[in-house]
Design a protein around this ligand. Structure first.
Ligand code: PMT
Length: 403
């Protein structure tokens, strides 16, 4: 979202307080945020809050002295996206019918920027045919509409009508403003660790949290790909628009990955798959016994190596990750060849700011022709973008056309 110009339109509902978090998240992603509020929204949350969070003046009245004379026209033309959150039934109705009786609705009517509407209201107001028809009108006109969340509402009723979580709105916004250069492609991503059970209460695993793989899935979906995510156990929420299949063991991960492989154009295996599993999983908890206890292990299937064999002449780009603690390049290069990959992303997992569990990574990207890319330390989403750029370039180079 870096450098993207986003206008947040806040209308008068109790969920207006959540728009403050939305502004904070967008500013954290280095978007340039301006806030327009309706007069009723300003009764729920002070414009001062939005001014402080966005670092810009907030306009809440058409004839606000702080507003420029043409702001109601220029804001919607100079921005990349207008997000109306929360969008009340009233503001949705006004936009659907071209009513422009305050700054927010006038700016929306004059806008050439894309518009994302995030409804939030009482369930019966949301389900009312009038609101549903108004929302359908907006969608027909190319305005993006998010589904509200369901649950207990501020009015104590249960049902749909909650403002989507700010992080989900940011995901949706990222998707709308990004280049859709992977549209039409199927991307298969694996993420997280596998758990290899010893008995009903213990398992062998590793420190992978899934952050790297989830970042790849998020960025691929943001860029328009259709994304399947095969994920080991993790506490991360499934990225919006991504189809996730949850697995626990390496054997289950293999089954899921092989099933989706035939339809995939790009495969990125960021999962930390256990190389071994206990030879037998005991039915009951293993009791404390001798001082030294031996656990027999058997080799797990090497999923990526199997895909390297299955790939044949298909134009599917196969990307592996290599988690190393020594001889980073040599070990990664060997995996690239042994598993018949198109590229491998090597990370030094002994570092504190890279590899497992952190939000950043510093990688080397190795290719079959011996080329090595060495980007600096960056956010995992940025690493994901680079990996996808390279995979796309490889695919285009082989198919000889622009997609
Ligand atoms: O999840 P995070 O906390 O964000 O951490 C990210 C990460 C460190 C897990 C990630 O960046 C990473 O390095 N993933 C690969 C971890 C790994 O298993 O590396 P490896 O060198 O052991 O395996 C090489 C490749 O073969 C990997 O793509 C792996 O998915 C694959 N593999 C490994 C073993 C196996 N039995 N089957 C496989 O397919």
């Amino acid at each position: 979202m870096k450098g993207k110009r986003i206008v947040i339109g806040v209308s008068g509902g109790i969920a207006a307080y959540k728009a403050a978090e939305l502004v904070r998240l967008l500013v954290r992603e280095e978007a340039l945020v301006q806030v327009a509020m309706t007069a009723n929204a300003a009764r729920f949350v002070s414009p001062l809050t939005f001014g402080a969070l966005s670092g810009n003046r907030v306009v809440s009245h058409m004839f606000d002295e702080a507003a420029g004379a043409m702001d109601h026209i220029s804001w919607g033309q100079d921005s990349d996206l207008i997000i109306i959150a929360p969008a009340t039934a009233n503001v949705i109705a006004k936009i659907a019918h071209g009513i422009a009786d305050d700054f927010l609705t006038t700016m929306t009517l004059a806008a050439t920027a894309r518009i994302l509407v995030c409804p939030a209201m009482n369930t019966r107001m949301y389900e009312n045919q009038a609101t549903q028809e108004n929302l359908a009108v907006l969608q027909r006109r190319g305005i993006f509409v998010m589904e509200p969340g369901a649950g207990q509402l501020a009015c104590r009723e249960e049902g749909p009508g909650r403002l989507p979580e700010p992080a989900e709105i940011v995901d949706e916004a990222r998707w709308i403003v990004s280049k859709q250069d992977l549209a039409g492609l199927q991307v298969l991503v694996t993420a997280g660790a596998t758990h290899e059970p010893m008995d009903p209460v213990r398992y062998i695993s590793n420190r992978s949290t899934g952050k790297m793989g989830y970042a790849v899935a998020t960025m691929a979906r943001t860029r328009g790909a259709s994304v399947k995510l095969v994920t080991g156990p993790t506490s991360l929420p499934v990225p919006r628009g991504v189809e996730a299949e949850r697995v626990t063991t390496a054997v289950e991960m293999r089954e899921a990955v092989v099933k989706h492989f035939a339809a995939s154009d790009i495969v990125v295996m960021a999962a930390a798959v256990s190389d071994y599993r206990p030879h037998a999983t005991k039915d009951q908890k293993i009791k404390k016994g001798p001082e030294i206890q031996t656990l027999e292990l058997v080799k797990n299937p090497d999923i990526l190596a199997e895909l390297g064999t299955l790939k044949g002449k298909r134009n599917c780009v196969l990307v592996g990750f290599a988690a190393e603690t020594e001889d980073l390049l040599a070990n990664a290069e060997k995996k690239l060849r042994d598993k018949n990959l198109d590229m491998i992303v090597a990370n030094d997992v002994s570092r504190e700011d890279a590899g497992f569990a952190v939000d950043t990574n510093e990688v080397k990207i190795l290719f079959r022709d011996g080329k090595v890319e060495s980007p600096p330390l960056m956010k995992k989403e940025e690493v994901a973008d680079l990996v996808l750029d390279q995979a796309k370039t490889l695919r285009e180079g082989r198919s000889g056309h622009g997609k």
